[in-house]
Design a binder for this molecule. Sequence first.
Ligand code: ZN
Ligand code: ZN
Length: 554
Amino acid sequence: MKKDFTPEDELLFLALGGSGEIGMNVNLYGCRGRWLMVDLGMSFSGGEYPGVDLVFADLEFMEERADTLDGIVLTHAHEDHIGAVPYFAADLGVPLYATPFTADLVARKLAEAGLTDEVELNIIEEDHGKLTVGPFTITYIPLAHSIAEGNALLIETPFGRVFHTGDWKLDDDPIIGEPTTEEELQAIGDEGVLALVCDSTNVFNPAPSGSEGAVHRGLLEEVQRHAGKRVLVTTFASNVARLQTLGDVARETGRELVIAGRSLERIIEVAQDNGYLEDFPERVDWDTAMKLPRGEVLILATGGQGEPRAALARVAEGTHPLELTRGDVVLFSSRQIPGNELAIGLVQNRLAARGIVMVTDRQSEIHVSGHPGRPELETLYGWLRPEILVPVHGEMRHMQEQARVGLGCGIPDAVVQANGDLCRLAPGKPGKIAEVRAGRLVLDGDIIVPADGDAITMRRRMARDGMVIVVLGKGGSAHVEAIGLPLDEDEGAFIAEAKADIAAAFSKLKGPARSDRAEIMETARLAARRAAARWSGKKPQVRVIIPEDAETRR
Ligand SMILES: [Zn+2]
Ligand SMILES: [Zn+2]
């Protein structure tokens, strides 16, 4: 590697997102002066950034050397793998590659952003499609996951082959798609795998993820158990196999299917355009559904993560045209994404208060994960027999644990890395060789800014501490305003005292300090802050303003 991080005669790996967190996956492979990007995902803010919904990996490292990037290969269509495409792909200026279902969803995102002509999007055959990007030859290896067209990538490099799993599980009854067989994965292992770059999400799960086919039985039983009641099922819209299952369950239980939520409508449309959900039942509209006997309706709704504007939250509030009443049933055919527990709890409490029966994946087998539990990881290690394990797609504790499991299974080397750790996979002993800039960006309103930048930092402080504004007038007078301080009826008294304190502090200024603008502002700031602390016990942000026409000696 040259000093400017140009890969030389070597194979480098660098995560800019998704290693040390679950979400916003961005992985880079470097070889002989060129880079390949795998996935360009985003995360949803769990409230840690006030006023922000979307979080992105900081791509500065790649943007600064964009002329050495040859392409972006997308494994599958989950937002943590494609969500950042509309925000960054045009600037990176390289071709994108994806299988048809993924490409269709990406194309819609690009169209919505008005970028269709700005980004080259190439569709790769979904069954073992192959492509060459710079020094890398890539084969898509279909694996089961919780979305149509989940793929690993087999990346051939001059230094050996990397098996980049993407998100995966083992499922002998996946309902949708044909995952690569054990025999084929064994054969890939026979030919030699240098590095396995692998999903760590569920490494702490001691059991296998379970089959989508079993979910069919679980959902069918639950819907049958609640004959005569209106049943609403909420699931991740992108889980096409689950939608297929629910369509089948509706038919098998003699219920009409009704859809609530735009993301569900969109996925059904994209799936059908790409040859999935071909025998999915016709849907009835909301009016028709509400006129049917209660036991003849199955509602598919978004909002299982507690999203406040989604269909389920509105059903729970009683503000949605689709109504549930005492004794009706909501099935949560999804898991709680960490960080969403409070929002989900809020919706569930509203439903409970109205006497609506809820069933989650803890009471009944109505959901399985799309990520491998430890037994599946161990099975894949045995098939592929890699020389190096690189855990990704996990928080540090998940990745560390996967390394431990992998080494325990006899993999000779494991590289535990985090976003920004530049690692050499070959030649020589694999490991971290340098640290590059990696960070987070947030979409704040219409602007993408650093997550640790001034705007977010100040907004956090204001949210925590409140704010006092001091406007200095002529002759030492001051106007004081308190925002977000717990003063109530004491506010007037606080303001009077803050003004008096400011005037008193000015009177102590001596000589040149009396006309030093910075000195005056700092004096006023400290006086107002001390007054606020005395009255409220809080130390608010204080902004001091001197209007131009008020410039004067104190
Ligand atoms: Zn995924
Ligand atoms: Zn993922």
